[in-house]
Design a protein around this ligand. Structure first.
Ligand SMILES: Cc1cc2nc3c(=O)[nH]c(=O)nc-3n(C[C@H](O)[C@H](O)[C@H](O)COP(=O)(O)OP(=O)(O)OC[C@H]3O[C@@H](n4cnc5c(N)ncnc54)[C@H](O)[C@@H]3O)c2cc1C
Length: 496
C-alpha cells in the first residue's frame, strides 16, 4: 500500500526516459500503482543506444558524473536499487577526464586537461595561468561549494525555497568580465557552459558550477550500453510492480474543472487516473491539454515562450582497433573568438566496441539547425535521399576534420549520423533540442518550478524540471516527488 494517503494511488507517467523511469521507480517504491506510457517500441528515451554493424552507438549517455561512494548519482542509483546492475568504469586514471584542444586562432593555451578532483583542477588552472592565481581561487571556491551542496542534496533537502539560488543566477560571463580574466582562462571556463548548451554570457553561475562539479567530482563510463541501462531501470520498475506500455503515444490529457481525470492515446484508448506526470517537454504536455479552460493563460504563455537549447549532430564510425586504441578520456576541440568565447566545439570519444579489433569513434557537435530546414516538415525515415546525402556529407566532413587530430583512420566506415530532426522525432523534443529548456540567466524566472502546473493532479518530470543530464534529470524526479508528497513527508520517507 502506498505510504502517502492524500495523493491518488493510481499514477500515469508519460515518457520512459530517465526522467519517467526514475520518477516511476521512486513512486513505486512508495507503494503507488504506476503505469508508464511510452510512444517508442522500447523504453529509455535518450538513454537508449542503437546498434549498427553489431556495435552499440550511444545517444544520450556518453559519460556520467558523481558515481563514487557518497556522491550524488551514487546516492540516486542506490535509492533506485540499480547500482550493481549498471557496471561502470571510472575515468581519469591517467589524470584526465576531458582534454580541451583549442584552435590556433585565439589567445589561449593549446590544450588544457580537466583532471578528476577539485584540488587537481585548481592546480591545473594555476599552472596554466600562473598570473591569475587570485582570480582562479575566486572562481574555484564556489565550484567547491557547489560540489558539497550537490552531494549533500541541498537542492532537495534544504528547508529554504527554490528561489534561494536566484542570488547565484548572475551569468558566469559577467563574473569573468568583472574579474578581468584573460581570454585563455575564459576559454577554458567557457567549455562546460557551452557543453550544457548555455552561452557563457547568459549561463547562471550556479548552473555552470553544479554541472562542472558533477564531473570533476568523479566521471564514469558505462561498461555496457545505454540500452542496457534503460533495460535495467525498466526491469527494476517491473520488479516493484510498475507497468510500462510501449508503442503507446499519449495524445490528450483529460481535465475536468482544472482537475486531471486521465489521458488518451493516439490509438483512441483511454486510461483514467487522478494523477498524471508528464516526463516529456512542457511544450509537449501543453499540446496534450484542452485548448481552452484547462490551464491559466499565463501558464500557457510562459511555457510557449520558453527558449530551448540547441540541437546536436552526431556521427558514429567504426575504425581499426589496433591502429586507433581506446582513449580513456574525452576530447573536446574548441573554436573560440579572440576574447575566449566558444564559437563551436566538437566532442570525441574513441572506445572499444562490442566487436573484436574494432573501435568506435563518436563525434558530437552543434546541430546547425539551418542545415536541416529543407526537411523539417518530414518525419524520420521519410526525408528522402537528398537528406541522407546531406547527412553523409556533413558526417564525412567531421570525420576528416577529426583525422587532423587522430591521424588518418584505418578501417573507417561511417555507421550512422543523426541530426536535431532525428532527436525531435525520436523523443518528441521541440525543434530537436538536446537538453530541453534553456536554463539561462535571462529565463531564470520562467524556468523556475516547472514541475508545478495549474491543473490539480498534473505534474511534470524529466530534464526540463531542474536540469538536464542523468544527474539533473533524476534530481528533477525527486523534486517532483517532493512536490507530490509535500516537503515534510518527503524528508520523512525518502532517505538518500
Ligand atoms: C546527444 C546527447 C548526448 C548526451 N550526453 C549525455 C551524457 O553523456 N551524460 C549525461 O548525463 N547526459 C547526457 N545527455 C542528456 C541526457 O541524455 C538527457 O538529459 C536525459 O536523458 C533526458 O531524459 P528525459 O527523461 O527528460 O527525456 P527523454 O529521454 O527524451 O524521454 C522522454 C520520453 O518520452 C517519450 N514521449 C514523448 N512524447 C510522448 C508521448 N506523446 N507519448 C508517450 N511517450 C512520449 C519519448 O519517446 C521518450 O522516451 C545527452 C543528451 C543528448 C541529446
Amino acid at each position: 500500500m502506498k505510504s502517502h494517503s492524500s495523493f491518488p494511488e493510481k499514477v500515469l507517467i508519460i515518457g520512459s526516459g530517465i526522467g519517467g523511469l526514475s520518477t516511476a521507480i521512486i513512486l513505486a517504491k512508495l507503494g503507488f500503482d504506476i503505469t508508464v506510457l511510452e510512444k517508442n517500441p522500447k523504453p529509455g528515451g535518450l538513454m537508449r543506444s542503437y546498434t549498427r554493424d553489431g556495435i552499440e552507438c550511444a545517444v544520450g549517455v556518453h559519460y556520467l558524473g558523481s558515481l563514487a561512494q557518497g556522491q550524488v548519482l551514487r546516492k540516486f542509483f542506490d535509492y533506485l536499487g540499480v547500482t550493481a546492475a549498471i557496471p561502470v568504469t571510472r575515468m581519469g586514471q591517467n589524470g584526465i577526464i576531458d582534454r580541451y584542444i583549442f584552435d590556433s586562432s585565439g589567445n589561449h593555451p593549446a590544450t588544457f586537461d580537466l583532471p578528476p578532483g577539485m584540488d587537481a583542477f585548481e592546480e591545473n588552472l594555476k599552472q596554466t595561468f600562473p598570473a591569475e592565481q587570485k582570480k582562479i581561487a575566486a572562481i574555484v571556491d564556489p565550484i567547491r561549494k557547489a560540489a558539497a551542496q550537490l552531494h549533500a542534496l541541498d537542492l532537495l533537502y534544504s528547508t529554504g525555497n527554490d528561489f534561494s539560488l536566484l542570488d547565484q543566477s548572475r551569468p558566469l560571463g559577467e563574473i569573468l568580465d568583472h574579474l578581468k580574466c584573460s581570454p585563455g582562462l575564459r576559454s577554458v571556463l567557457a567549455v562546460p557552459a557551452s557543453w550544457i548548451g548555455v552561452p557563457l554570457h547568459d549561463c547562471p553561475v550556479y548552473y555552470h558550477n553544479m554541472a562542472l562539479a558533477s564531473y570533476v567530482s568523479s566521471s564514469w563510463r558505462l561498461n555496457r550500453s545505454g540500452s542496457d541501462m534503460a533495460d535495467v531501470l525498466a526491469a527494476r520498475l517491473k520488479e516493484l510492480g510498475g507497468e510500462i506500455i510501449t508503442g503507446a503515444e499519449v495524445s490528450q490529457i483529460h481535465v475536468r474543472s482544472r482537475v486531471v481525470t486521465g489521458l488518451q492515446l493516439t490509438s483512441g484508448d483511454r486510461l483514467t487516473a487522478a494523477a498524471v506526470i508528464g516526463a516529456v517537454h512542457p511544450k509537449i504536455v501543453l499540446k496534450m491539454l484542452p485548448p481552452q479552460g484547462a490551464i491559466r493563460p499565463s501558464y500557457r504563455q510562459r511555457i510557449t515562450g520558453l527558449e530551448d537549447t540547441h540541437g546536436i549532430f552526431s556521427v558514429h564510425a567504426r575504425i581499426d582497433g589496433d591502429t586507433h586504441p581506446e582513449i580513456s578520456h574525452n576530447i573536446f576541440k574548441i573554436e573560440t573568438d579572440r576574447d575566449g568565447n566558444v564559437q563551436d566545439l566538437r566532442f570525441y570519444q574513441i572506445r572499444k566496441s562490442e566487436r573484436e579489433g574494432i573501435n568506435l569513434l563518436s563525434i558530437l557537435t552543434s546541430g546547425k539547425n539551418e542545415l536541416w530546414v529543407p526537411w523539417e516538415n518530414a518525419r524520420s525515415g521519410r526525408r528522402g535521399n537528398d537528406y541522407l546525402e546531406a547527412k553523409e556529407r556533413h558526417a564525412l566532413q567531421l570525420v576528416r576534420e577529426a583525422e587532423e587530430l587522430f591521424g588518418s583512420f584505418k578501417g573507417l566506415k561511417i555507421l550512422d549520423a543523426y541530426t536535431p530532426l532525428t532527436i525531435r522525432d525520436w523523443v518528441n523534443s521541440p525543434g530537436g533540442s538536446a537538453y530541453g529548456v534553456l536554463r539561462s540567466s535571462s529565463q531564470i524566472l520562467a524556468t523556475a518550478l516547472l514541475n508545478r502546473t495549474s491543473v490539480k493532479g498534473l505534474y511534470l518530470a524529466g530534464q526540463n524540471v531542474m536540469a538536464p543530464g542523468i544527474i539533473g534529470t533524476i534530481m528533477g524526479s525527486f523534486s517532483t516527488v517532493k512536490l507530490i508528497l509535500g516537503a515534510d513527508d518527503f524528508r520523512k520517507v525518502i532517505r538518500l
